[in-house]
Ligand binder design. Structure first.
Ligand code: CAA
Length: 292
């Protein structure tokens, strides 16, 4: 069944090579997903060799895990590790049909990345952003071909979470959107078409939920008590989830929503202090247990 708002799949263009800008955790998870599900070469780029090596290392580690669990054969494992390469140059994107960025969550950084990518790729190459809250329309403005820009918002952990938000910007054309939905289907994700408003659909809903949780803690309830309070209602206690997503992303999301919708969205001072202190979450690790 065609997802609501998805264009005719006949308009979709084939994707035979994928570029990923960034080699951080989200980007590396995406690189593996594209290689595993689409079986196409994936080239990852980042600013320096160290970051690139870390990203490629992550992919190799995850492939080893899949092999150890016998989810894939040794042949598939070496096929996958061969598919994912990393470099500091964007020249490898020249023959890509889709390039997705998963860099720092800042509009000017993402616009700069897209401008650099556009200088290398073909006019038909789809440029996707994995932003969790920023405007796709604004990100595409200033490009020669804004019609090929689309939001593809994945959820952490990428390999496991079934949902993919597909977000057309104001100028996204039907072929780009059809390609985005076809790719989502190839990745075995459930695609929904979201609107290009602050934090789209999922993070806007999650933002209200997390905001109220943060308020409970800011008003004095211990983190571990609040987290236990939701046991059974969500797959992961909210503050453990916050550690998985990363406090900086969570803070950015709540600030974006607060700017867009005012006091309906709470920006937690405790969360801000946590980010300023460079902490990775409310807990010492991502497990429940010792608070930081
Ligand atoms: N990477 C790859 N695979 C992972 C993983 C990771 N980081 N974490 C867990 N998995 C896999 C495990 O390997 C396991 O796979 P197998 O069955 O093949 O062995 C499977 O997921 C289940 O894991 P577990 O049995 O260890 O644990 P679980 O049943 O508690 O599930 C979970 C773990 C899937 C992460 C679950 O706790 C969950 O769904 N949590 C909520 C996550 C969530 O809400 N994510 C959205 C965050 S919001 C976001 O990402 C948006 C944004 O813009 C910031």
């Amino acid at each position: 069944k065609r997802p609501a708002g998805a264009p005719d799949k006949g308009l979709a263009r084939p994707v035979t090579k994928v570029g990923v800008v960034g080699a951080g955790l989200m980007a590396s998870q995406l690189a593996l997903l594209f290689a595993r599900r689409l079986g196409v070469p994936v080239v990852m780029t980042d600013l320096d060799e160290e970051r690139v090596a870390r990203g490629v290392g992550y992919v190799h580690h995850e492939v080893d895990q899949l092999l150890a669990k016998r989810r894939i054969s040794p042949d598939t494992a070496s096929f996958l590790t061969g598919l994912v390469t990393g470099t500091t140059s964007k020249d490898g994107f020249a023959d890509a049909d889709l390039v997705i960025e998963a860099v720092f969550e800042e509009m000017s950084v993402k616009q700069q990345v897209f401008a650099e990518v556009e200088a290398v790729v073909t006019p038909e190459c789809v440029l996707a952003t994995n932003t969790s809250s920023l405007s796709v329309t604004e990100m595409a403005s200033g490009l020669a071909h804004p019609e090929r820009v689309v939001g593809l918002h994945f959820f952490n952990p990428v390999a496991v979470m079934p949902l993919l938000e597909v977000i057309p910007g104001e100028r996204t054309d039907e072929a780009t959107l059809a390609t985005a939905f076809a790719v989502g289907k190839g990745l075995k994700k459930t695609c929904i078409r979201s609107t290009d408003s602050a934090s789209f659909v999922v993070n806007r809903l999650l933002g209200r939920f997390m905001g109220e949780y943060s308020r409970v803690v800011d008003e004095g309830t211990p983190v571990e008590v609040a987290d236990r309070g939701v046991a059974g209602l969500a797959p992961m206690p909210p503050f453990v989830l916050l550690g998985l997503v990363g406090p900086a992303i969570a803070l950015h999301n709540s600030e974006t929503l607060h700017r867009a919708f005012g006091d309906r969205f709470f920006v937690s001072p405790t969360l801000r202090r946590l980010v300023e202190a460079g902490k990775r979450g409310y807990y010492a690790s991502d497990d429940t247990g010792r608070p930081v």
